[in-house]
Design a protein around this ligand. Structure first.
Ligand code: ARG
Length: 470
């Protein structure tokens, strides 16, 4: 009797579980249950994983070498046909794993059915997502590094461009535009590091975990790990199939990246306003208004700021899906993919638009310089000048505060206030004060590590460029 005849008569099902069931799945339930609309993007990884598994079970003598070879060739053919459009993925299939295996069996007959020996879709899907995300982490890392390079170039160009630094969004102390930009580079460097860490955690090969408890076949998991270029093999089969920490971790890292992009966007939006006018975005990265002809809107920056919400939502989805499910695999976990794929897609899309927007942005240094001159942002330096001449800081602070009040009353600035007025408040003052409070001197005097002096900014740019090889 052929193996086929062992199946119950009357159920001509393509479902993997045909045999146990006497009815086809309800059509609407099939749509609800199916993940093919969002997991079909992993077809390449699914095929790569299957090829490695086929090779390993062949090597270990679990199936004939000739069959293993035929399966690998069959899978290669399927991959080529999907790539070149000759094979359409059937959206009625339950998931990508079912579709590929079904297609292989159609092409190879009995031999195709041997592929799933010593494997479950639970370890199969676990390996597919890891393979897929490992590639995406590298893509995103490359994009973040590109952004770092673009910011570094701008920072180098504007290492000496004086602007006000803010606290509470009030003008506080003078810095340079280069220094301000390099703050974002530090954040993004940490993001690169976090991406690398997330990569390390997902670089673990779960195949061989089976459905939950491995298998009695004499498989060699190190062979598949090596073939698939994983750093190591997972050490507990329950964890192997039910761990999605790497998705949550990646979504956390991506959320932090979005926080950084969103803060940067917020500043760009402010800087574009007429109230600031520190920068002007290139026409190619701005939009107009349908009704107000004068408008030039920073839509890209606003969208990046807005899209951060999606990514945080994806992280929340993953945390919530995972928090209450008993070991090992549960179907809830199918919900991981849309969330993590959306987070990955969103971050990639944001970076694709954001980086050239920064690259082409025009910096209006005169406006920055003017804003820096009008907010008494050299008041701390005025007080420090008195301290360097021997006055205790608290007295110097009070004297300078009085001078600021006089300037406000006389509608002038510390730079323009005559020396006689200074002397009236404190007789230690002399003409040297004007040099001490010149904005350029205030900035360039701050040479300590991490300071805004233009030589510091240039050194920081050089250091970063050498770290990330640009
Ligand atoms: N589509 C499923 C998922 O994404 C694949 C694993 C199915 N395993 C199972 N036992 N139903 O999670």
């Amino acid at each position: 009797m052929s193996a086929l005849m062992l199946f119950r008569k009357g159920v001509d099902s393509v479902k993997l579980w045909a045999g146990r069931f006497s009815k086809e799945i309800d059509k609407k339930t099939n749509d609800f249950n199916s993940s093919i609309s969002f997991d079909s993007r992993m077809y390449r990884e699914d095929i790569e994983g299957s090829m490695a598994h086929a090779e390993m079970i062949g090597e270990c003598g679990i199936i004939e070498k000739s069959e293993s070879q035929a399966i690998i060739e069959g899978l290669k053919g399927i991959l080529a046909d999907i790539d070149n459009g000759d094979l359409q993925i059937d959206m009625n299939a339950e998931d990508i794993h079912t579709f590929i295996e079904g297609e292989l069996t159609q092409r190879l007959g009995q031999t195709g059915k041997r592929l799933h020996t010593a494997r479950s879709r639970n370890d199969q899907v676990a390996v597919d997502i890891r393979l897929y995300l490992k590639k995406e982490v590298q893509n995103i890392k490359k994009q973040v590094k590109e952004l770092i390079g673009v910011i570094c170039n701008k920072a180098e160009e504007y290492a000496g461009a004086v602007m006000p630094g803010y606290t509470h969004l009030q003008r506080a102390q003078p810095i340079t535009f280069g220094h301000h930009l390099m703050a974002y580079v530090e954040m993004l460097l940490r993001d690169v590091d976090r991406l690398e860490c997330a990569y390390r955690h997902m670089d673990e090969m779960p195949l061989g975990s089976g459905a939950l408890a491995t298998t009695t076949y004499p498989i060699d998991r190190t062979i598949t790990a090596k073939l698939l270029n994983f750093d190591r093999v997972s050490q507990n089969s329950l964890d192997g199939v039910s761990d999605r920490d790497f998705c949550m971790e990646l979504a956390s890292v991506l959320s932090i990246i979005m926080v950084h992009l969103s803060r940067f966007s917020e500043e760009i939006i402010m800087w574009c306003s007429w109230e600031f006018k520190f920068v002007e975005l290139d026409d190619a990265f701005s939009t107009g208004s349908s009704i107000m002809p004068q408008k030039k809107n920073p839509d890209i920056a606003e969208l990046v700021r807005g899209k951060s919400g999606r990514v945080f939502g994806d992280l929340m989805t993953l945390l919530t899906v995972m928090k209450g499910i008993a070991l090992a695999y549960n179907k809830d976990m199918q919900e991981d993919k849309e969330a993590i794929f959306d987070a990955v897609d969103t971050v990639k899309m944001c970076l694709t638009a954001f980086t050239p927007m920064i690259d082409t942005m025009k910096v209006l240094t005169d406006n920055m310089r003017k804003a820096a001159a009008n907010g008494f942002i050299n008041a701390t330096d005025c007080a420090d000048y008195l301290v360097k001449k021997g006055l205790p800081f608290r007295d110097a602070y009070k004297a300078t505060g009085t001078l600021v009040a006089i300037c406000i009353e006389k509608k002038t600035t510390l730079e323009e206030l005559p020396i006689e007025e200074y002397k009236k408040i404190c007789d230690i003052f002399d003409e040297g004060v004007y040099e001490a409070i010149s904005l350029e001197n205030c900035v360039n005097g701050r040479k300590v590590i991490g300071g805004p002096a233009s030589e510091n900014v240039k050194a920081q740019v050089k250091r970063v460029k050498s770290i990330i090889n640009i």
